[in-house]
Design a protein around this ligand. Sequence first.
Ligand SMILES: Nc1ncnc2c1ncn2[C@@H]1O[C@H](COP(=O)(O)OP(=O)(O)OP(=O)(O)O)[C@@H](O)[C@H]1O
Ligand SMILES: [Mg+2]
Length: 303
Amino acid sequence: MIAFEGVVKRFGATEALRGATFTVPKGVVAGLLGPNGAGKTTTIKIAAGLLRRDGGRVSVLGLDPWEQGEELRERVGVLHERPAYPPDVPVKVLLRHVARIRGLGWEDALQAAKLAGVERYLERPVSALSRGYLQRLGLAIALLGEPELLLLDEPTANLDPSARREVLAAIKTLGEEMGATIVISSHIIPEMEQVCNYAVIISGGVVLAQGSLTDLATAFGAEVEFVARSREPRRLASLLVSEEGVRGVEVEGDRVVARAASSARQRLEALLEKARLEGLALGWELRSRSLGEVYERAVQASR
Ligand SMILES: Nc1ncnc2c1ncn2[C@@H]1O[C@H](COP(=O)(O)OP(=O)(O)OP(=O)(O)O)[C@@H](O)[C@H]1O
Ligand SMILES: [Mg+2]
């Protein structure tokens, strides 16, 4: 879906990207994570075909975003870091205008407005929107024409906690409903952990780590979590609790949640698979809540 290989970008004497290499597979919700000045916005702009790289290779949806920008822009939605809209124009007029530029009709604009949750504010001028709703307007514009790929640069910046939650929930729903691949840049790790299932960690213009959250946890020796459903959750829990590397087991209704050292991952996967085949577990999945730990370790190791 996205592949960067040794990408270099300079702004005068500043090297914003110093050989950035990463991939984002189709269908994931990926966090592009890194401190201020890491190169997140530069990465997003290069992927969107808005900025020309100085070196390396870039492929987005199989296209070169700089050489084939026009074709790409029909298939990619972008939410910019600091979007600016004309203040006095009603939301409806702005959306219709942007849709028309993209060769789309009012029906498309209305659908994007609904998905982003701004349909109640269509008659209002842009200047009357709260920051949260301005951000949703930006999302609606990014969603026009149901893009295959969404690039969102700090979608929760400058929002209060409840607006952040709303915008994140909207993005999560989008990922699930549209099945689009989504890249979200941010430096707020706990927030990203709730919406992303994949992460690319960047600092100083180089990619420090990337992968699914569970693979990252395993690679950095952080904890993983098994969530299993069972008709006999207590029996399954007692089986798990005696396993080496298991650090805590909780039963919640028919679900068993076991926290474990990543070194025990393979053994526990095999054990749960056996339990599933024997009918003790109805199904299980692996997740990770260690993104903060992974991020700290990756950034520290690079210093
Ligand atoms: N147009 C520009 N001219 C000069 N330097 C730039 C320009 N754009 C970015 N830079 C520099 O490139 C580096 C990477 O910037 P970038 O905006 O990509 O970082 P970022 O990860 O998005 O940071 P933030 O979290 O602050 O948004 C920084 O050192 C920045 O100062
Ligand atoms: Mg930025």
